[in-house]
Design a protein around this ligand. Sequence first.
Ligand SMILES: [Zn+2]
Length: 271
Amino acid sequence: MENPELKFIGRIVSPATDSGALPMQGVGAQAHIFDEYSAALDDIDEHSHIWLLCWLHEADRDRLKVVPRRIKTASPPKGVFSLRSPVRPNPIGLTATRLLKREGNVLFLEHIDFIDGTPIVDIKPYSVGWDSIFSAGNNSTYATYAKMDVRDAYDDMLRQAANFHGDACIGTTLGMRAAYLAMNHFKCDLQTKSLKVTVAARGCIADAVQGSMQAGNKRFTRLEPPVGEIVFIKDDARLELTVTPTKFASVEAVLAAPDKEVFSRIAGESK
Ligand SMILES: [Zn+2]
């Protein structure tokens, strides 16, 4: 088995033609599966989400260390197996995506960061029980976000919050903003065990805070009524936020607003 033969099963059809210009969230795109593999698609629509594996035909296969995209300050390169960069010896791209619908041999997908024409290697169902490890951690997310443009960091964190909540609604975006503020206030990763939160806000906001922190019930407490109070506590320090959801008409408006508009009260004290 020195040289296993890879058979491409289809191609991506996407409005995106330049990988350098893709938004971090990806774009809506389709997987066109070749006729000879259409029987393999049967029953795929039993699943809301799928894993999509693609061959990143334009990728550099020679470098083993790169500086991650979106990092704006000078940083040392990282090993490609510690990154999701397309640069790698076997440029296989892997993404979990929502399967919006199937029409014949065409799968309609969201958040795809493969460019038009990318060959598809494989499709598997995404299993929420097997594939989502809620407690999994990535070290140094605080340091990584600190090196990114704020809007790129928001996009990245919003995707995680939306994955937990189900969609990127206004409430999810507000909860993400609260988590981002806490991360910078305490200068720590959001998964830090000593960082705890109490949320007295509606479900979408609470979900986003919990999903952003990957917090189980040792670190996350939900209180009623949902008055819009979020209190983060780490050791002796507190960050108290009051959020006013009714102010915003769109996710974009929340992303563009300064902290002082998103939160009617921001109070941080160290004892
Ligand atoms: Zn929601």
